[in-house]
Each structure stands twice: as C-alpha cells, then as structure tokens.
Design a protein around this ligand. Sequence first.
Ligand code: OAD
Length: 245
Amino acid sequence: MQTQLATQVTPELRERFSTAKKVLVLTGAGVSAESGVPTFRGGGTSAVWKGMPFDVISSAQMVERDLPAVWEWFDYRRGVLNQVEPNPAHYVIASWQDRFPEFTLVTQNVDGLHRRAGSRNPIELHGSMWHARCIDCHARFEIPRIGLRPNDCMSCGDRLRPDVVLFGETLPPGAFELAFEVATQCDFCLVVGTSGLVYPAAGLPEIAKQAGAYLCEVNPERTPLSDLCDVLLTGKAGELLPRLN
Ligand code: OAD
C-alpha cells in the first residue's frame, strides 16, 4: 500500500471520515503549535530553564533532588499557558465527540488545551500540568488556572508533585491500556501533530491499522508513521482539520 500525499481534504477522505463509526484521534505537541506552545522536537534548540536543559529539569531525578525547582519550572509553564488559547484544531476535535457513535481523543500533551476547547474526557497519556499528585499516597488534585496551587496533599499532608510523566518515568497504569483497547476497535484513526518517536503512544496507529482502521496523518512533515498511513495531509492541523467537516 502506498501512502497518498495530499495538501487538501480529498473527497475519499471526507467520505471515509463522515461514515466512520469508531474514531480515534491521537494528538501530539504539533496540535498546540498554532496556539504558540513550542513543540519538543524541531524548531531549533531545545528549551533551557535556569541553565538546565528541559530533560533535566523535567526528570524523575529532579523531583527527588529539588522538587521546589521542578515546581518553579511548571509554575512558569502554566503561566505561559495562561497566555495562550486553544486553536481551531482543538475546537474542531472537541466538536467531533458528539458527532460519531464512538469517539476517543488520546493526547500526549500535558498543556490542557484540549479540555479548555471542550473535550470532555481526553485520555492524557502523559498526564496534565493542571494536576498535582501526592508523592506518598498518590491522591490527585486539580490546579486552578488562576490562583494558588496546593503545596501539600490534602489527604495525607505529604508533598505534591506535578502529575505528568517525566523523563525517566513510565506511563501511569490504566491510560495506555484504555487507549490500546480503543485502537483495537476503531475504524478511523487520525494522527495529528506527533513526531511518532515516543512509545508506547507512537504504537497506537499501528495497532489501529492492524485492526483494519483507515489511517490519516496530519503533519507538515513526514514522520516514521507516515508510511503506515493511508493518507498524509501535509500542513497545519489548525488549517486542515476544520476542512474534514
Ligand atoms: P514532537 O515535538 O516530537 O513532534 C511535534 C510534531 O508536530 C512534529 O512532527 C511536527 O512536524 C508537528 N507539527 C508542528 N507544527 C504542526 C502543526 N501546526 N500542525 C500539525 N503538526 C505540526 O511532539 P510529540 O510527538 O508530541 O513526552 O512528542 C511526544 C512526547 O515526547 C511528548 O509528549 C513528550 C516528549 O518526550 C513527555 O513529556 C513524557
């Protein structure tokens, strides 16, 4: 099978999408790029915070070594997120949850923009910057968009940490298993704005393909997932996704 390259939504793609019954959308950092949130790869040098590279300050070791510094970094990132808005890609994805008999959004993003756009139950594989988790009893707490975040666990009083998957950590139990289950059953899988390099998330399109789903990738660039896809829509998610309607 050869991947079809397109810069516009073709009639076949629109027909496949509009007749789908079980839709899985997998998103990565690229879906938030047009909101002004930098992606992880591409776009030049990687982020440095107070002299520390992104993967050092966002690591499991750093939580053990200097939790206040980790919080300072995440407080900064939430401050940046408070200044940006969801873009048309987030909004149109949210609108699809009421359009199909079954619809699941799986995201690798921790920025919370899908929820802000109205997505009700995204599977957040890598957690969320808008939640904190107790280091000891693992209780989760929502962090308000405006106002102070909690410092200590309201259940046991121990310290809280950001509820995201950091470098050197594995995925929390449950989320991927659920996404895997959905992938084995979907008939249309849309892969949006991910480099397809980070597993296990990057394995979901292949699982969907094996289950017989039609695969469409939306990305300005080719990725390791492109050859697997039936069609690669080359361009920006915020411009192309609304045209699937
Ligand atoms: P990456 O930064 O690896 O990839 C972003 C992708 O988005 C690239 O393929 C870009 O070509 C594409 N892109 C850029 N602008 C776009 C646009 N306007 N529309 C559509 N696509 C666009 O981000 P992820 O694949 O999400 O994990 O990275 C996966 C994981 O790597 C992240 O969740 C993070 C990181 O390690 C954790 O933090 C645990």
